[in-house]
Design a protein around this ligand. Structure first.
Ligand code: AMP
Length: 218
């Protein structure tokens, strides 16, 4: 946990940062430096007791779980892949929305292969989500863990299918891949450190209430 008189919020740059700003505003908090222009990793706000730390999206749960930050905003995808425990998740913020899907090359007969019960090679960064999904469907898969550019895997013959986040579908289209199966809707959640919740109860409760009042509707 960060010092007793400071609230530290962990965010990742990009969509999560941008879409969290209106929620912070509802709590009377404005980040006073632009992360796209500054190289700072700790950003001040108009409130001397509140600061934002910029971390990789996949590191947000780790920072919050171990007290490097009191709160954080992380995608459901990241939280499902995070192996830790003890994170309090009071709110689905309904931001940074997209879906997790299975995609293949347009000439790959996914339905046919599933029906035949053949093994499928699946490349993904989201190993836990993919494994659970195919286990629930009773489909045998070999999971190939990748850290980026999953779209390349079916194009090079590394895998038959990928499991990846899809928003507009443009990335798949540009790489001649087709979405064959949605797995789940994804949005970002507020996560809170358990000890902070007890020791900084009032400021954190106020922040949760303000965020809740400003959650975008569908
Ligand atoms: P799109 O081309 O709009 O379908 O976006 C797909 C690409 O953007 C994929 O490579 C995803 O990894 C990434 N992406 C889309 N939405 C999100 C999100 N909410 N969080 C993280 N990555 C995302």
């Amino acid at each position: 946990m960060t010092t007793a008189d400071t609230i530290t919020l962990a965010l990742s740059k990009g969509r999560i940062f941008e879409e969290t700003l209106p929620l912070l505003k509802a709590a009377g908090i404005e980040v006073t430096e632009d992360p796209e222009k500054s190289r700072k990793l700790i950003l001040p706000t108009n409130r001397p007791d509140v600061r934002v730390v910029l971390v990789r999206a996949t590191d947000v749960p780790t920072y919050v779980e171990h007290g490097g930050a009191d709160l954080g905003v992380a995608g459901k995808d990241v939280l499902l892949e995070h192996e830790g425990q003890g994170l309090y998740q009071p709110l689905d913020l309904n931001i940074a929305r997209c879906r997790m899907s299975v995609a293949v090359r347009a000439d790959f007969d996914y339905a046919g292969v599933v029906k035949q019960g053949s093994r499928i090679r699946v490349a993904t960064k989201y190993v836990n989500i993919a494994r659970d999904h195919f286990a629930n469907k009773g489909v045998h898969v070999d999971i190939i863990k990748l850290y980026g550019s999953m779209e390349l895997a079916p194009l090079t013959g590394l895998a038959d299918a990928i499991v990846d986040l899809v928003s507009t579908g443009n990335t798949l289209k540009a790489n001649k891949l087709v979405e064959v199966e949605p797995i789940m809707d994804i949005s970002s959640r507020l996560v809170v450190n358990q000890a902070s919740l007890k020791l900084k109860r009032e400021p954190i409760r106020q922040l949760i209430a303000a965020f809740e009042s400003a959650i975008p509707k569908n």
